[in-house]
Design a protein around this ligand. Sequence first.
Ligand SMILES: NC(=O)c1ccc[n+]([C@@H]2O[C@H](COP(=O)([O-])OP(=O)(O)OC[C@H]3O[C@@H](n4cnc5c(N)ncnc54)[C@H](O)[C@@H]3O)[C@@H](O)[C@H]2O)c1
Length: 477
Amino acid sequence: MWNFQPSVNLVKGGAGYVGGPTMAVIADHCPNLQITVDDSNRDNIKQWNSPSIKNLPFFETGLEEIILRVRNKNLYFSSNVNETIINSDMIFLCVNTSKKNKGFGVGQASDLKWVESCARQVSSYSKGHTFVIEKSTLPVRTAESIKTILNSSNLVEKNHKTFSVLSNPEFLSEGPAINDFNKPDRVLIGVEEKKPIEALENIILKWIPNQKIIKTNLWSIELSKLTANAFLAQRISSINSIAEFCKSTGGNMGEVVNAIGTDQRIGADFLSACLGFRGSCFKKDISNLVCLSIHFVLSEVAEYWNCVIKLNEWQKLRISKLIVHNLFGTLRGKSITILGFAFKANTNDTIQSAAIDISKNLLEEGANLIIHDPKVSEDQIFSELAIKLRKLKNIQDSNTYKGAGIKENNLNKSFVNVYEILILTEWGIYKKINWKTVEKIIRKRCWFFDIRSIVDLKEIKNTNLNFWKIGDGIIKS
Ligand SMILES: NC(=O)c1ccc[n+]([C@@H]2O[C@H](COP(=O)([O-])OP(=O)(O)OC[C@H]3O[C@@H](n4cnc5c(N)ncnc54)[C@H](O)[C@@H]3O)[C@@H](O)[C@H]2O)c1
């Protein structure tokens, strides 16, 4: 049985949303392990090592406290990737696997260049026996390619290197990620032979009960991860498709959700009408399933999963059109407040955030956007919108869009004289806004779109705001 001793190093490649917090939680539960988190991005590592805990590369509830406990005790951050590999017994691959932006499978297949480069580094610099663990979400049978790459270096035979490849996909959801790591619904481990599982299992068992660990063959685990995300995304598209005609048929979205969610076979989770799925995973993982279906010549299956994505895109466009429509079909020169830019609350991640698409649509129509988010920086917003917005406080300066935008850090100031207010991220502070007070500084008969369905209707009733709520449509106008 492999049972790591205090001197044994555990290393991982990729200090991103998955790599950094996962390794921090392992370090917290396993003080006997020495863990080095490496990343080829030096700026990222600089932020992880920053003396100020507020400068970590991203925000996750509870992360700062853990980092303060374990950093430089048994958790280290390094940009010297090769050196950390030399000293490692176990390597977690947590590198990015975003979609290809050119070549075969463009826009659908995962780009495996980071996985390949990481595997090549491990092949060249590892010593003795190394456990290589896939944590990144990968197309089915990637472990096979990883094994081939690991064994491809001339040094492997010469220096008697050996490898065990395991799959241990991550199911965290950003925002409550630390809680997800500490109390997962289940942990999946896939491997070809039984023995290497023990090495990883011995670590996980330090805080997760045995009955939550599911062990299967590698390919089942790789497929399970893609399938789990595809099913969650499919529920979101399904409920959004119902929301559209709920109001026009006299139905109430909340009542429909409650009625179907209490059926145990359906369950209540992931049933709220919303802007669609966002974040780094769902769209990418469904696209992977589409590629897999095409590869196995299952065109109907490919079409089925493609429709889930199509419905998601349609939902964002539909809401953008509605926002324009309610301001008489023109936004030129009109100020609109956007509350929330992160793809969900309690994270500063903006990847695939619906706020990006909606902002771009509104800018194209000539709107002046006043964007507020408690955690997303001005630089991040401007870089996501891929424009020179920083200079565009004056609408005439715009070469890219007809409209302009600013980031406003003062919530109250973000409402001054606006025509429309949109809640795009469900941050707690937006639930506490006093709308009666806001009413005094916005324009008369301002439209308010609660696109996250977080506002208490009672708070809106006594105002003159025109009110639209996702799932229920126009409530008050
Ligand atoms: N973010 C999530 O919520 C989430 C949840 C579950 C699974 N996943 C999956 O986990 C994987 C990682 O996701 P993420 O969100 O952490 O990505 P990320 O982009 O935040 O982080 C990946 C990091 O890997 C680094 N990297 C790339 N090549 C490297 C190399 N050769 N050596 C060292 N570092 C290298 C990059 O610089 C980057 O910082 C993806 O496959 C993703 O689909 C993500």
